[in-house]
Ligand binder design. Structure first.
Ligand code: ATP
Ligand code: MG
Length: 753
């Protein structure tokens, strides 16, 4: 148990369970359904479940939740095992399949029937849903609800024996048709499906539903903490009901955390399958896919994925993480494992007119920059014919263009200073060649005190290797695909893959082997494609470009002015991370703080002391940092005492994390605290500030606002999607800021269709 161990609300729960002696050993599970490949969201869940097992000396089971015969396949199960292993986790001998429990689950269903807690229902799907009622109206009991135990048993056995067609009957739990939690209104446990299953074959025509199979599989395996995503919050009541009413070897508990959402990315397995089936991508492992297989083939490392999972943390509120943060994490990881080499993607010929024809020389070129503690170099041939990138030349350069132009000088990386003397064009006026001169006294790039602003990458034309480069970019061109209401696949980025052949690489890359990683200077990080490459003919996938929009945004928040040259395609700039003090950098790495917050809290002083003290009470470092850095009055930074302490601040942050307060309500509470109002919980009670997260309570408000805003609704329907924000604001105002904003926009969307 090191100080670097992540802290989050689930680990807090486990700590408390262990302290109270509720468990001796922690058992978690990762339960994928083998109906598709794993994606980066699953990676977060894998890191959480396996990470907890590792940190607490427990175990994590890999369990295939395979209860749907029509969509599952052994190909998927195998891919999932490969991906979990590649991520660096090991389930030992704890590999399980829900399908192995079919007989046991069936016996448990009979136990429920015998206890009078389940019945066979002959209503069809539509009728079941009509009988279930609505959030505001209680359901009605099914006419089959009072069947006798004997009749239920006999019918259920006949269902198993294959005597009824698909969809004709189901087994339902007998719980409460008036429950405010609609999920408890006699949920379905078993359905008839005459279908072949990839593991159990044709042994069954009766399959358990998730709500039945999942908790019972957990109990059978002795899982202590069953961690799932927030959508299952309402299913927890069924979970508890089942494990409390059946004879089982263990009493597991379910906890929900926020799923990972990423901008420019879709994570629905159904949509990913559609991309594959419609051949919008080359397969599940297409390097543009957010699948683990795709990321691996793109060149992402397991270390980067794990670091990202740690950095985004484990929260109780859904949010969308910026893809730029993932890319930033990736660059940090690749930086230290990618030797720097030269490759010209869009070659333009340069002739050095004062270099002796037919000659060449070799230059020593370090493979690593100064800030990477690694050694090694290679020889770079230099001669009278070179290539530079076409984008590094401009005939009529804009003011801040520091690359090559007629009459201008640039430095060639590791080589000489050259000057552009003449431009050669074809009949159509296209530039086909640059005639340059070189300054022999500048070997190695030493310009002898002369100010040379630009440094370009280049290769010797007579020694270059022709390679194929696949420049991958974001698969979608908008932050939230489908947000405008249409088909998300309509938002695919048409330029997500640009294949370039005839790129000119330095000769050392001839021997690049599948799986090797490089940084092509000034271009990005590249990975030798394991499938398309042949010996002597590597194909390079661009894993990520060097343009770091995350670090850029962070640097913007910093008062120091950025050099103007940043606008040009500059050689690698120090990232914002490198500009941080060691202490701030440690905060960024240990707690995943944003660079701005890390910068403030990296300074010793009252804010840092408050942060450290609050962290002891509540593990959400990023949440705490945001409160301290953004919301406390400036005087607090100067050391003016606050009317509350670290414990209260931690309490405030935890009220946000557990969904009691929205951000806006949290600010109201903080204002009270600053006025000497006491503990946040007491303030919430006193002012009745709890966030309203109940659809039944918000529905009527939403309906009223919509009824009063006919004109806005019409504008929305006419395609003005901005209206949604305004309507959400009106509902929030109506509830004095207490409505959960996400829920409000969901309810609005539901109603607006
Ligand atoms: P579906 O159920 O639609 O097939 P799924 O993405 O939920 O898709 P599962 O195979 O059921 O797929 O997921 C396995 C585990 O991964 C579950 O515990 C689920 O909660 C978790 N998981 C899935 N998507 C995410 C995500 N985006 N972020 C974090 N965890 C996720
Ligand atoms: Mg699922």
């Amino acid at each position: 148990m090191t100080a670097d161990r992540p802290k989050d609300f689930i680990r807090d729960i486990i700590d408390a369970d262990l302290a109270a002696g509720r468990h001796q050993k922690i058992v978690t599970r990762f339960p994928p359904e083998p109906n598709g490949y794993l994606h980066i969201g699953h990676a977060k869940s894998i890191c959480l479940n396996f990470g907890i097992a590792r940190d607490y000396g427990g175990v994590c089971h890999l369990r295939f939740d395979d209860t749907n015969p029509t969509t599952e396949d052994v190909e998927y199960a195998e891919a999932i095992m490969r991906d979990v292993r590649w991520l660096g986790f090991d389930w030992g001998d704890k590999l399980f399949y829900a399908s192995d429990y079919y007989e046991r689950l069936y016996q448990l269903a009979e136990e429920l029937i015998e206890k009078g807690l389940a019945y066979v229902c002959d209503l069809n799907e539509e009728e079941i849903s009509a009988y279930r009622g609505t959030i505001t109206e209680a359901g009605r009991p099914s006419p089959y609800r009072e069947r006798s135990v004997a009749e239920n048993l006999q019918l259920f056995r006949s269902m198993r024996a294959g005597e009824f067609p698909d969809g004709s009957r189901v087994l339902r739990a007998k719980i409460d048709m008036a429950s405010p939690n609609m999920k408890l209104r006699d949920p379905l446990l078993y359905r008839i499906k005459h279908a072949h299953h990839y593991r159990s074959g044709d042994a069954w025509c009766l399959y358990p539903l998730y709500d039945f199979a999942h908790p019972l599989s957990d109990a059978i395996e002795g899982i202590t903490h069953s961690i799932c995503t927030l959508e299952f919050e309402n299913n927890r009541d069924i979970y508890d009901w089942l494990v409390d009413h059946l004879t089982l070897p263990a009493r597991p508990r379910q906890y929900e955390f926020a799923r990972l959402n990423l901008t420019y990315t879709l994570m629905s397995k159904r949509k990913l399958l559609q991309l594959v089936e419609e051949k919008r991508v080359s397969g599940w492992d297409d390097p543009r896919m957010p699948t683990i297989a795709g990321l691996r083939r793109r060149g992402v490392t397991p270390e980067a994925l794990r670091a990202f999972a740690t950095r985004v943390g484990v929260a109780k509120n859904n949010s969308t993480v910026e893809l730029a943060l993932f890319e930033h994490t990736l660059r940090e990881d690749l930086n230290e494992r990618s030797p720097r080499v030269l490759c010209v993607l869009d070659p333009l010929e340069v002739v050095i007119e004062n270099y002796p024809a037919g000659q060449s020389e070799e230059l020593d070129a370090a493979l690593w920059p100064h800030d990477v503690p690694k050694e090694g170099s290679r020889k770079l041939p230099f001669g009278p014919r070179l290539y530079i990138d076409r984008s590094d030349f401009s005939e009529n350069p804009p003011k801040d263009f520091f690359r090559l132009a007629p009459g201008r000088e640039v430095r060639l990386r590791h080589a000489y200073v050259i000057r552009c003397e003449r431009v050669v064009k074809d009949a159509a006026g296209n530039v086909t060649q640059l005639v340059c001169s070189y300054d022999p006294s500048t070997r190695g790039g030493d310009a002898g005190g002369r100010k040379i602003k630009g440094t370009l990458h280049w290769v010797s034309a007579d020694h270059a290797v022709d390679v194929e480069v696949r420049a991958y970019d974001r698969l979608f061109s908008v932050e939230i695909p489908g947000a405008a209401g249409g088909d998300p696949l309509a938002d695919l980025n048409p330029a997500s893959l640009v294949v370039r052949t005839g790129c000119k690489a330095e000769p050392s890359l001839r021997s690049a082997a599948a799986g090797d990683r490089f940084q092509f200077e000034r271009e990005g990080f590249f990975f030798v494609d394991p499938l398309a490459s042949r010996p002597g003919a590597p194909v390079f996938n661009r894993t990520v470009s060097l343009k770091d929009s995350w670090a850029k945004a962070a640097a913007k928040a910093e008062p120091k002015a950025e050099p103007r040259a940043a606008k040009a395609k500059a050689p690698e700039k120090p990232s914002a991370r490198e500009a941080l003090s060691p202490e701030a950098q440690a905060l960024l790495e240990r707690h995943g703080l944003s660079p701005e917050d890390a910068r403030v809290l990296g300074e010793p002083g009252p804010l840092r002391a408050l942060f450290d003290a609050a962290l002891a009470f509540h593990g959400n470092a990023r949440g705490l940092a945001a409160w301290i850095v953004n919301e406390l009055p400036p005087a607090a930074r100067a050391g003016e005492p606050l009317p509350f302490g670290a414990r209260e601040l931690a309490e405030l942050s935890s009220l946000i994390d557990d969904g009691t307060l929205s951000g806006a309500l949290g600010k109201k509470v903080l204002a009270e605290m600053l006025n000497g109002g006491g503990s946040p919980k007491a303030i919430v009670e006193r002012l009745g500030l709890k966030q309203i997260g109940d659809p039944a309570a918000l529905g009527p408000v939403v309906d009223r606002i919509l009824a009063e805003s006919a004109e806005m609704v019409a504008r929305y329907k006419a395609g003005n999607k901005n209206v949604l924000g305004a309507l959400t604001g009106m509902v929030l105002k109506e509830t004095r800021g207490q409505a959960n904003p996400k829920l409000v926009s969901q309810l609005l969307l539901d109603r607006l269709g």
